[in-house]
Design a protein around this ligand. Sequence first.
Ligand SMILES: [Zn+2]
Length: 124
Amino acid sequence: MSKLFSRFTNKKEKDLRVLRDFIHIYCREKHKDRTKLTFSSSDASVQKAMGDKKIALCPNCSKLLNHGMVKLLMCPYDPKPMCKKCTTHCYAPGYRESIKEVMRFSGIYLIKHGRLDMILHYFL
Ligand SMILES: [Zn+2]
């Protein structure tokens, strides 16, 4: 595997894990009373990027995560810009609002719980 290719892959996989963890926190805190299933994707590259970590999500959050992961894998920009600064609005309407709320909620959650290290780890 070439250096360039692995770097490209690592960046996307890292972004996918951020998405996964943020949606996981959101669902765990906001959807406590919903029935949850272990997330799995029919898309092989999404499944690979998920790694070994198993997370339980409600059906809505599963859909959102799947949508976000597919969009991220299809992102034509390299390096990928921060989504909020990007002019291509690739998320479908409805999903875009949901993911914004998830990122805001989980970002604040991590700061409140003293997990600033996690945020720095994600975004640097
Ligand atoms: Zn949920």
